[in-house]
Design a protein around this ligand. Sequence first.
Ligand SMILES: Cc1cc2nc3c(=O)[nH]c(=O)nc-3n(C[C@H](O)[C@H](O)[C@H](O)COP(=O)(O)O)c2cc1C
Ligand SMILES: [Fe+2]
Ligand SMILES: [Fe+2]
Length: 425
Amino acid sequence: MNSVQLESEDGVPLAVALSERVHWVGALDPNLRTFDIILKTANGTSYNAYVIRGSEGVAVIDTVKEGFANDFFARLESVADYSEIKVIVLNHLEPDHTGALPELMKRAPQAQLFISQKAQSMLKGLLKQDELSYTPVVTGDKVSLGDRSLEFLHTPYLHWPDTQCTYAPEEAMLFSGDVFGCHFCDNRLYNDKVGDFRFSFEYYYAHIMRPFKEYVVRALELIEPLPLKLIAPTHGPILRDRPQHYIQRYRQLSSPALHNELKPNQKTLLIFYISSYGNTRRMAEAIYQGAMQIEDVRVSLYDLEGGEVAPFVDLIEEADGLVLGTPTINGDAVKPIWDLLSSLAVVNLKNKLGGVFGSYGWTGEGVRLVEDRLRGLKLRVPIQGLRVKLIPTEDEIHECKAFGLELAQELTGARESRVINFADL
Ligand SMILES: Cc1cc2nc3c(=O)[nH]c(=O)nc-3n(C[C@H](O)[C@H](O)[C@H](O)COP(=O)(O)O)c2cc1C
Ligand SMILES: [Fe+2]
Ligand SMILES: [Fe+2]
């Protein structure tokens, strides 16, 4: 039989035993179709919360979204008395996991609250209470429940600054917060029983964890050595069948997606352009030729009119420099450029080199607007954008080549620093 009993015969929500001492006390939200504005959910989601019982007290790990508090409390009451709760752990303070917290703290006032260091200021912002008692924890900190215990792993930015994971060594279980989670609602709960949720796991990683790849790698360093029987995330299936596979998948997803033939000291520079009459294209080709003079830079040139944006996102994520060419149309850069830029929200662009160029007819705002956006996305834009009025002249083509050369030199560190003339800006 595949189903898991989540309710009594008369419809009262019941906790589900993951082991003799650990219970799921979460809630299902099958009707949700959009999460946090940006995520689609094909069959809803779950807010998973857990209870672990030791010989000297009970711990509650995470809670649920406010509107689902009744299910959470009913499940909690089916396995523990409020007076037994000694510890409340919050792995992540987003409201989908802390909605029921204020009420839980009222019902179990003796319980000690454990949060990550970075969660401290957020907790005050969230609960709007001055008098809050809590214990901030870091990797290696432990709390004892007698014959069971909890150990904390500092795993920030997965996907908020405050996030942490909690490990129960005697159970070999990891309460991982949003890490390894996904928006998938299935009352069979376990990964070996629910429907096929692979798309949802991948989608969740791509939208929620991908921008924080470096932090995923750091978290994996802490998680991979742990003996694990089960991963208990805050959304989606509980991973009890081959939990290591999901850890390995995170490892793959946070490693470079593409193979290339770069030598260790080689840098990559990607030039994207779009052009109606060929003017911005002429500039792009000259910039490309200029940059190619530097051997240690692998330069690529792409016309955005000829490609889908999605594959470029992977390239850009791994590139050292990004150069964009756009004409000015109706006082703005053109839509394919903005589309490319908006699709980069899921990748970390910090400190990559940025550059912008383009042809214009009379006002030429497009280049400046894109430069501002690149800076907003935290790229470095040390070389002022290059604009050419209508068809580039021979001299202007030379200027474009010099611009490309300078960008490539900037990547290898060979560019001489120039005095910035603020009158030009
Ligand atoms: C519909 C349209 C609107 C334009 N709007 C502007 C504008 O607001 N400001 C400007 O400087 N140039 C404007 N231009 C001129 C183009 O930027 C100019 O023709 C440029 O050289 C085109 O470069 P391309 O061949 O790379 O597309 C416009 C051109 C068209 C066709
Ligand atoms: Fe979250
Ligand atoms: Fe969440």
